[in-house]
Design a protein around this ligand. Structure first.
Ligand code: ATP
Ligand code: MG
Length: 438
């Protein structure tokens, strides 16, 4: 057998990423970093604290929390059995259920409400296309323990603040009120009667949901059903006083804040846990996947995952879609560039250069060190070329003569008229301000 193996080296077939799951590489990763920095700054100003929950959760968390008759639970979950102990596990398809589970498990609400946010990957087994991936990323907020419409307004307005900070203009707000579950029940009966009257025109999915979850038929993406859905009974007409007051109070804040919105009677959202306020931020610039953020109130979810009743509201934002919109809108995040490029003419200068670079970085200066190639140190010409390409405003040149005098040469790179001067390396603090925020 061994003789039959050819002497030539057989290459392994190339390994590639799982379909629908993407690598995020430089330079694109800089846009992600900028986005996440912007989000974290925003969260700080609104008083939202970070929470990190596991990517893998017990499958029943989502089946119970999201609802059996939902796109996610019916067909999009990456569920598997732990081969070690037989546990039913699922890669999280969304963030809310896990955050509420954690809040209940750790009694986080015993001393009042909590404002939380997360950023991370989510997994859904969908057909990959623009704006729809199998691993995608969300930033989300969950305000737990607050029952009032003021917090509904807060989480919505923080999205607007984010659009503004990102430089995005073309995002519209759609709003609806799903009321309480008894109000939805009354509406549900009317809805079933309406769809039963058109039964033969329903598609297979709508047929299947007619009695299990008729509200979700309103959510259909099938154009053939649009007219029937438009003429369906409106949930808003079934709402009681308390629900209507909640909705009115939210609208009053949005109106006062100058935030336009459209009341969309068909907006029901994908998960069963929503009640009262639901909303989406949508754009026309991303084709079919135009919803960049969706959220709402889920006052029943804590109980569904086995906790005491606790109100909650939040949203989830698709980072891939938002960043696609950033690109479509021509927004250019500030390119990541070092303040200083360290030119090191010869290897002997490296210890001194590294020491100065460390001191500068400790003082807040971004320093990109020259790094030698595999076979060659790198000529001065090639080092200056790299210094220019890096975008740094200043080069520090660690020449042997200067070092012998305890100095380093400083050369402005963006100002052709500027001359090269020297600075003492023992006293970085005296001149570091010249390099910062350049
Ligand atoms: P859609 O109707 O587009 O399937 P959804 O209602 O399933 O969206 P949510 O569960 O509300 O979406 O998730 C919140 C946000 O996460 C969406 O508005 C979208 O921006 C993003 N998102 C959802 N699914 C994906 C996906 N498969 N790939 C990329 N982003 C996604
Ligand atoms: Mg979906």
């Amino acid at each position: 057998m061994a003789e039959s193996i050819p002497a030539v080296k057989v290459a392994h077939p190339p390994l590639v990423a799982v379909k629908g799951m993407n690598d995020i590489l430089p330079p694109d990763s800089a846009r992600w970093d900028w986005f996440e920095d912007t989000v974290r700054g925003l969260m700080r100003r609104y008083g939202y604290l970070g929470i990190r929950t596991p990517i893998v959760e017990p499958t029943p968390l989502f089946v119970r929390g999201l609802g059996q008759v939902t796109d996610i639970v019916e067909k999009e979950m990456y569920s598997f059995t732990d081969s070690m102990n037989g546990d039913a596990l699922t890669l999280r398809p969304e963030g809310t259920a896990g955050v509420v589970r954690a809040a209940v498990e750790h009694s986080m609400l015993y001393d009042g409400g909590k404002r939380l946010f997360y950023i991370g990957p989510m997994f859904r087994h969908e057909r990959p296309q623009r704006g729809r991936y199998r691993q995608f990323h969300q930033v989300g907020v969950e305000a737990l323990g607050f029952a009032g419409p003021d917090v509904d307004a807060e989480v919505i307005l923080m999205c607007r603040a984010l659009w503004r900070e990102l430089g995005l203009a073309d995002v519209r707000l759609e709003l609806n009120c799903l009321g309480r579950s008894d109000e939805r029940q009354a509406h549900r009966a009317a809805l079933i009667a309406h769809f039963e009257a058109h039964r033969e025109r329903l598609d297979a999915e709508a047929q299947a949901r007619l009695y299990s979850n008729p509200l979700r038929i309103l959510d259909t993406k099938n154009p053939a059903l649009q007219l029937m859905v438009e003429s369906a009974p409106r949930l808003l007409d079934y709402l009681g006083d308390a629900s209507l007051r909640h909705f009115e109070a939210l609208r009053a804040v949005l109106d006062a804040a100058g935030q336009p919105y459209r009341v969309n009677h068909r907006l029901v959202r994908g998960m069963d846990y929503y009640g009262l306020t639901v909303f989406e931020w949508v754009t026309d610039r991303l084709g079919a996947q135009g919803t960049v953020c969706g959220g709402g109130r889920y006052d029943g979810l804590a109980e569904l995952v086995g906790g005491k009743p606790a109100p909650g509201i939040g949203w989830g934002m698709g980072i891939e879609r938002v960043l696609d919109l950033v690109v479509q809108s021509g927004v250019q995040p500030p390119p990541p560039r070092p303040d200083v490029y360290a030119v090191v003419p010869a290897p002997a200068a490296l210890p001194a250069a590294m020491t100065v670079a460390e001191a500068l970085r400790a003082a807040g200066v971004a320093v990109l060190m020259h790094a030698a190639g595999k076979d060659a140190w790198g000529s001065m010409k090639s080092q200056f070329k790299k210094a220019d390409a890096s975008g740094a405003r200043t080069a520090l040149i660690f020449g042997a003569d200067e070092l012998a005098r305890g100095e380093v040469a400083l050369k402005p790179l963006r100002d052709a008229a500027a001359v090269q001067t020297t600075r003492p390396i023992a006293d970085v603090a005296a001149w570091v301000h010249e390099l910062r925020n350049a």
